[in-house]
Design a protein around this ligand. Structure first.
Ligand SMILES: Nc1ncnc2c1ncn2[C@@H]1O[C@H](COP(=O)(O)OP(=O)(O)OP(=O)(O)O)[C@@H](O)[C@H]1O
Length: 275
Protein backbone atom coordinates (compact mmCIF):
# COMPACT_ATOMS: atom_id res chain seq x y z
CA UNK A 1 0.00 0.00 0.00
CA UNK A 2 1.29 3.44 -0.89
CA UNK A 3 -0.69 5.52 1.59
CA UNK A 4 -3.13 4.65 4.35
CA UNK A 5 -4.81 7.28 6.48
CA UNK A 6 -7.03 6.20 9.35
CA UNK A 7 -9.19 8.83 11.03
CA UNK A 8 -6.66 11.56 10.34
CA UNK A 9 -7.17 15.10 11.61
CA UNK A 10 -4.84 18.01 10.93
CA UNK A 11 -5.01 21.48 12.46
CA UNK A 12 -2.72 24.34 11.50
CA UNK A 13 -2.70 26.00 14.88
CA UNK A 14 -4.01 25.10 18.34
CA UNK A 15 -5.69 28.51 18.51
CA UNK A 16 -7.66 27.86 15.33
CA UNK A 17 -10.85 25.92 16.04
CA UNK A 18 -11.17 24.54 12.53
CA UNK A 19 -9.54 21.38 11.30
CA UNK A 20 -7.90 21.44 7.88
CA UNK A 21 -8.50 17.68 7.70
CA UNK A 22 -11.15 16.01 9.79
CA UNK A 23 -11.39 12.24 10.35
CA UNK A 24 -10.02 11.32 6.93
CA UNK A 25 -9.72 7.62 6.14
CA UNK A 26 -8.25 6.79 2.76
CA UNK A 27 -6.09 4.04 1.24
CA UNK A 28 -4.17 4.34 -1.99
CA UNK A 29 -2.47 1.28 -3.46
CA UNK A 30 0.99 1.35 -5.01
CA UNK A 31 0.68 2.35 -8.67
CA UNK A 32 -2.80 3.85 -8.37
CA UNK A 33 -3.57 7.17 -10.06
CA UNK A 34 -5.97 9.34 -8.08
CA UNK A 35 -7.30 12.87 -8.58
CA UNK A 36 -8.22 15.02 -5.58
CA UNK A 37 -10.91 17.57 -6.32
CA UNK A 38 -12.87 20.00 -4.20
CA UNK A 39 -13.39 23.70 -3.66
CA UNK A 40 -10.70 26.12 -2.55
CA UNK A 41 -9.78 25.51 1.06
CA UNK A 42 -11.20 21.95 0.99
CA UNK A 43 -7.93 20.48 2.26
CA UNK A 44 -6.35 19.09 -0.94
CA UNK A 45 -2.92 20.62 -0.32
CA UNK A 46 -3.05 19.63 3.34
CA UNK A 47 -3.87 16.05 2.36
CA UNK A 48 -0.93 15.86 -0.06
CA UNK A 49 1.38 17.32 2.62
CA UNK A 50 0.01 14.82 5.14
CA UNK A 51 0.77 11.91 2.78
CA UNK A 52 4.34 13.25 2.51
CA UNK A 53 4.47 13.66 6.34
CA UNK A 54 5.22 17.33 5.87
CA UNK A 55 2.44 17.99 8.42
CA UNK A 56 2.07 16.45 11.85
CA UNK A 57 -1.19 14.65 12.61
CA UNK A 58 -3.55 15.90 15.32
CA UNK A 59 -5.27 12.54 15.37
CA UNK A 60 -5.36 9.24 13.52
CA UNK A 61 -2.57 7.35 11.81
CA UNK A 62 -0.59 7.41 8.60
CA UNK A 63 1.25 4.65 6.78
CA UNK A 64 3.33 5.64 3.77
CA UNK A 65 5.11 3.14 1.51
CA UNK A 66 4.43 0.41 4.08
CA UNK A 67 6.10 2.31 6.93
CA UNK A 68 4.84 4.47 9.78
CA UNK A 69 6.70 7.73 9.24
CA UNK A 70 5.78 9.29 12.57
CA UNK A 71 7.16 6.24 14.41
CA UNK A 72 10.55 6.51 12.68
CA UNK A 73 13.65 8.42 13.74
CA UNK A 74 14.16 11.67 11.85
CA UNK A 75 16.84 10.02 9.69
CA UNK A 76 14.48 7.11 8.97
CA UNK A 77 11.77 9.57 8.07
CA UNK A 78 14.20 11.44 5.82
CA UNK A 79 15.10 8.21 4.00
CA UNK A 80 11.44 7.34 3.53
CA UNK A 81 10.69 10.89 2.38
CA UNK A 82 13.32 10.58 -0.37
CA UNK A 83 11.07 7.96 -2.02
CA UNK A 84 8.21 10.46 -2.29
CA UNK A 85 8.13 13.46 -4.62
CA UNK A 86 5.87 16.32 -3.56
CA UNK A 87 5.42 18.95 -6.28
CA UNK A 88 4.00 22.02 -4.55
CA UNK A 89 1.46 24.40 -6.01
CA UNK A 90 4.01 27.21 -6.18
CA UNK A 91 7.28 25.83 -7.56
CA UNK A 92 10.18 26.69 -5.24
CA UNK A 93 12.63 27.47 -8.03
CA UNK A 94 15.48 29.88 -7.21
CA UNK A 95 14.97 32.77 -9.68
CA UNK A 96 18.61 33.23 -10.68
CA UNK A 97 19.30 29.54 -11.16
CA UNK A 98 19.74 27.93 -14.59
CA UNK A 99 16.92 25.63 -15.60
CA UNK A 100 19.32 22.68 -15.90
CA UNK A 101 20.37 23.08 -12.25
CA UNK A 102 16.80 23.59 -11.08
CA UNK A 103 15.63 20.42 -12.84
CA UNK A 104 18.49 18.29 -11.55
CA UNK A 105 17.58 19.37 -8.02
CA UNK A 106 14.94 16.64 -8.37
CA UNK A 107 17.82 14.25 -7.61
CA UNK A 108 18.92 15.98 -4.40
CA UNK A 109 17.38 13.30 -2.15
CA UNK A 110 19.59 10.68 -3.85
CA UNK A 111 22.79 12.71 -3.69
CA UNK A 112 25.52 13.16 -1.11
CA UNK A 113 26.11 16.71 0.10
CA UNK A 114 29.33 16.82 -1.96
CA UNK A 115 27.51 15.83 -5.16
CA UNK A 116 24.71 18.32 -4.46
CA UNK A 117 27.22 21.16 -4.00
CA UNK A 118 29.33 20.30 -7.06
CA UNK A 119 26.19 19.99 -9.19
CA UNK A 120 25.42 23.62 -8.38
CA UNK A 121 28.55 24.64 -10.30
CA UNK A 122 28.70 21.90 -12.92
CA UNK A 123 25.40 20.15 -13.62
CA UNK A 124 26.03 16.44 -13.12
CA UNK A 125 23.70 15.07 -15.79
CA UNK A 126 22.53 17.75 -18.24
CA UNK A 127 21.29 15.07 -20.64
CA UNK A 128 18.77 13.85 -18.05
CA UNK A 129 17.54 17.42 -17.54
CA UNK A 130 17.31 17.89 -21.32
CA UNK A 131 15.31 14.67 -21.74
CA UNK A 132 12.93 15.63 -18.92
CA UNK A 133 12.41 19.12 -20.33
CA UNK A 134 11.86 17.67 -23.83
CA UNK A 135 8.79 15.81 -22.55
CA UNK A 136 7.31 19.26 -21.86
CA UNK A 137 8.72 20.81 -25.09
CA UNK A 138 11.05 22.96 -22.99
CA UNK A 139 14.41 21.52 -24.04
CA UNK A 140 15.47 24.83 -25.58
CA UNK A 141 15.27 26.38 -22.09
CA UNK A 142 17.95 24.08 -20.65
CA UNK A 143 20.40 26.91 -19.93
CA UNK A 144 17.85 29.74 -19.49
CA UNK A 145 17.56 31.44 -16.12
CA UNK A 146 14.49 30.46 -14.13
CA UNK A 147 13.36 34.08 -13.77
CA UNK A 148 13.24 34.41 -17.58
CA UNK A 149 10.59 31.69 -17.87
CA UNK A 150 6.87 32.34 -18.21
CA UNK A 151 4.62 31.13 -15.38
CA UNK A 152 3.56 28.06 -17.36
CA UNK A 153 7.16 27.26 -18.33
CA UNK A 154 8.21 27.54 -14.70
CA UNK A 155 5.41 25.20 -13.67
CA UNK A 156 6.49 22.57 -16.22
CA UNK A 157 10.16 23.07 -15.35
CA UNK A 158 9.22 22.24 -11.77
CA UNK A 159 7.46 19.07 -12.97
CA UNK A 160 10.53 18.11 -14.99
CA UNK A 161 12.20 17.72 -11.57
CA UNK A 162 9.78 14.95 -10.83
CA UNK A 163 10.87 13.13 -14.00
CA UNK A 164 14.55 13.07 -12.97
CA UNK A 165 13.74 11.88 -9.44
CA UNK A 166 13.38 8.19 -8.73
CA UNK A 167 10.41 8.57 -6.39
CA UNK A 168 7.86 5.78 -6.06
CA UNK A 169 5.05 8.11 -5.04
CA UNK A 170 4.31 11.32 -6.91
CA UNK A 171 2.18 13.91 -5.11
CA UNK A 172 1.35 16.81 -7.38
CA UNK A 173 -0.52 19.89 -6.21
CA UNK A 174 -2.46 21.76 -8.88
CA UNK A 175 0.05 21.31 -11.69
CA UNK A 176 -2.11 23.00 -14.33
CA UNK A 177 -2.91 26.39 -12.80
CA UNK A 178 -0.66 28.34 -15.21
CA UNK A 179 -1.28 26.23 -18.32
CA UNK A 180 -3.54 26.62 -21.34
CA UNK A 181 -5.94 23.72 -22.06
CA UNK A 182 -3.70 21.95 -24.60
CA UNK A 183 -0.64 22.15 -22.35
CA UNK A 184 -2.73 21.05 -19.38
CA UNK A 185 -3.72 17.83 -21.17
CA UNK A 186 -0.17 17.24 -22.39
CA UNK A 187 1.20 17.78 -18.88
CA UNK A 188 -1.22 15.30 -17.33
CA UNK A 189 -0.31 12.78 -20.06
CA UNK A 190 3.39 13.16 -19.25
CA UNK A 191 2.80 12.75 -15.50
CA UNK A 192 0.60 9.71 -15.97
CA UNK A 193 2.93 8.02 -18.46
CA UNK A 194 5.84 8.57 -16.10
CA UNK A 195 3.92 7.17 -13.14
CA UNK A 196 2.83 4.12 -15.16
CA UNK A 197 6.34 3.51 -16.51
CA UNK A 198 7.89 3.39 -13.04
CA UNK A 199 4.78 1.86 -11.41
CA UNK A 200 4.65 4.85 -9.10
CA UNK A 201 1.57 6.06 -7.29
CA UNK A 202 0.27 9.39 -8.61
CA UNK A 203 -1.99 11.63 -6.53
CA UNK A 204 -2.83 14.92 -8.15
CA UNK A 205 -5.00 17.77 -6.90
CA UNK A 206 -6.91 19.52 -9.64
CA UNK A 207 -9.41 22.33 -10.04
CA UNK A 208 -10.19 21.19 -13.58
CA UNK A 209 -12.96 18.69 -12.87
CA UNK A 210 -13.37 17.68 -16.51
CA UNK A 211 -9.69 16.86 -16.83
CA UNK A 212 -9.73 14.95 -13.54
CA UNK A 213 -12.61 12.80 -14.80
CA UNK A 214 -11.07 12.35 -18.25
CA UNK A 215 -7.63 11.32 -16.99
CA UNK A 216 -7.94 9.62 -13.60
CA UNK A 217 -9.61 6.29 -12.86
CA UNK A 218 -10.32 7.22 -9.22
CA UNK A 219 -11.64 10.52 -7.92
CA UNK A 220 -11.62 11.69 -4.31
CA UNK A 221 -13.88 14.66 -3.54
CA UNK A 222 -12.88 16.72 -0.52
CA UNK A 223 -14.82 19.46 1.13
CA UNK A 224 -14.32 21.26 4.43
CA UNK A 225 -11.52 18.87 5.32
CA UNK A 226 -13.58 15.71 4.82
CA UNK A 227 -13.80 13.07 2.12
CA UNK A 228 -17.23 13.56 0.56
CA UNK A 229 -16.82 10.80 -2.01
CA UNK A 230 -14.15 8.37 -3.15
CA UNK A 231 -15.26 6.65 -6.33
CA UNK A 232 -14.25 5.30 -9.73
CA UNK A 233 -14.70 8.08 -12.26
CA UNK A 234 -17.64 6.30 -13.94
CA UNK A 235 -19.52 6.44 -10.65
CA UNK A 236 -19.05 10.21 -10.23
CA UNK A 237 -22.23 11.99 -11.29
CA UNK A 238 -22.91 15.62 -12.12
CA UNK A 239 -24.98 15.77 -8.93
CA UNK A 240 -22.03 14.64 -6.83
CA UNK A 241 -19.83 17.29 -8.40
CA UNK A 242 -22.46 20.00 -7.97
CA UNK A 243 -22.95 19.09 -4.31
CA UNK A 244 -19.19 19.06 -3.75
CA UNK A 245 -18.88 22.63 -4.99
CA UNK A 246 -22.15 23.92 -3.56
CA UNK A 247 -21.53 27.08 -1.54
CA UNK A 248 -17.84 26.51 -1.99
CA UNK A 249 -15.72 28.43 0.48
CA UNK A 250 -18.63 29.62 2.58
CA UNK A 251 -18.36 27.09 5.32
CA UNK A 252 -15.92 24.78 6.97
CA UNK A 253 -18.65 22.60 8.40
CA UNK A 254 -19.00 19.19 6.77
CA UNK A 255 -21.89 19.20 4.32
CA UNK A 256 -25.05 17.58 5.64
CA UNK A 257 -24.66 14.98 2.91
CA UNK A 258 -21.03 14.08 3.75
CA UNK A 259 -20.62 10.36 3.32
CA UNK A 260 -24.14 10.03 1.91
CA UNK A 261 -25.62 10.66 -1.51
CA UNK A 262 -25.14 14.39 -2.17
CA UNK A 263 -28.11 16.52 -3.15
CA UNK A 264 -28.76 18.00 -6.56
CA UNK A 265 -27.86 21.58 -7.33
CA UNK A 266 -29.30 23.08 -10.46
CA UNK A 267 -27.39 25.19 -12.95
CA UNK A 268 -23.87 23.74 -12.74
CA UNK A 269 -22.68 20.76 -14.65
CA UNK A 270 -19.50 19.03 -15.66
CA UNK A 271 -19.56 21.07 -18.84
CA UNK A 272 -18.37 24.09 -16.89
CA UNK A 273 -15.22 22.07 -16.21
CA UNK A 274 -13.25 24.28 -13.85
CA UNK A 275 -14.94 25.25 -10.60
N1 LIG B 1 -0.39 27.62 6.69
C1 LIG B 1 -1.66 27.63 7.09
N2 LIG B 1 -2.03 28.18 8.25
C2 LIG B 1 -3.31 28.18 8.69
N3 LIG B 1 -4.33 27.64 7.97
C3 LIG B 1 -4.02 27.09 6.78
C4 LIG B 1 -2.69 27.06 6.27
N4 LIG B 1 -2.69 26.45 5.07
C5 LIG B 1 -3.99 26.11 4.84
N5 LIG B 1 -4.78 26.50 5.86
C6 LIG B 1 -6.23 26.30 5.97
O1 LIG B 1 -6.48 24.91 5.88
C7 LIG B 1 -7.63 24.66 5.09
C8 LIG B 1 -7.27 23.72 3.93
O2 LIG B 1 -6.36 24.42 3.08
P1 LIG B 1 -5.70 23.73 1.83
O3 LIG B 1 -4.63 24.64 1.32
O4 LIG B 1 -5.31 22.35 2.18
O5 LIG B 1 -6.93 23.67 0.81
P2 LIG B 1 -6.96 23.40 -0.76
O6 LIG B 1 -8.11 22.49 -1.02
O7 LIG B 1 -5.62 22.93 -1.22
O8 LIG B 1 -7.25 24.85 -1.33
P3 LIG B 1 -6.88 25.49 -2.78
O9 LIG B 1 -7.66 24.72 -3.79
O10 LIG B 1 -7.38 26.90 -2.63
O11 LIG B 1 -5.40 25.40 -2.94
C9 LIG B 1 -8.16 26.01 4.64
O12 LIG B 1 -9.19 26.40 5.52
C10 LIG B 1 -6.96 26.92 4.79
O13 LIG B 1 -7.35 28.23 5.08
Amino acid sequence: MSFELRGVSVRYSPVLPQLALSDVTLSIAQGEQVALIGPSGAGKTTLLHTFAFARQLDGGSLRALDAEPWGLSSSGRHALRSRIFLAPQTPPLPPRQRVVTAVLAGRLPQWSLYKALTSLFKPSDPQAAYDALAKFDLQDKLYARVDRLSGGERQRCSLARLLVSNAQALLVDEPLSALDPALARQTLDVLQQEASARRATLVCSLHQVELALAHFPRIVGLRAGRVVFDAPRDAVSEQMIAALYQQAGRDREPPASAGAEPGIVAGRGLASGCY
